[in-house]
Design a protein around this ligand. Structure first.
Ligand code: 5GP
Ligand code: ZN
Length: 116
């Protein structure tokens, strides 16, 4: 628990969120500023600043994140049309919240991977 981290507080339930899923490793909740009809954030319960801080020792957590993304895509009804799973790292990645998170996006055509 990082006292200054908004996502740690959301994981702990100290800050409210629309939660989609939680287990002993990961939590999934609605993005507060959704950019697609489905925009869910999937985070490790434990604090890491970004994916670059996670490695072999976190393989189980990272595997669970990917698994939950697939399950939520199915339960949110976007599995057949397709979806995207994105994580931003650092300044060039456009990261704004420094607790590792993956954006599950879908529900409309998402366009090119990068803005042109
Ligand atoms: P990043 O730019 O770091 O990859 O993405 C951060 C995401 O967190 C943004 O999409 C932003 O809308 C979302 N976000 C920031 N603060 C909050 C919050 O307090 N609650 C929720 N649910 N999402 C947040
Ligand atoms: Zn955190």
């Amino acid at each position: 628990m990082n006292e200054n981290c908004i996502f740690c507080k959301i994981v702990a339930g100290d800050v409210p969120s629309q939660q989609f899923y939680q287990d002993e490793l990961v939590t999934a909740f609605q993005d507060i500023s959704a950019q697609a009809p489905v925009h869910v954030l999937i985070v490790p319960n434990q604090h890491f600043n970004d994916l670059g801080e996670m490695g072999d020792a976190q393989a189980k957590i990272l595997g669970r994140i990917v698994q939950v993304a697939g399950q939520l895509a199915a339960s949110e009804g976007i599995a057949s049309e397709g979806w995207r799973l994105v994580t931003n790292i650092g300044k060039h990645g456009g990261q704004e919240v420094f607790h590792t998170h993956f954006h599950l996006l879908g529900g409309r055509p998402l366009g090119p991977l990068l803005a042109r």
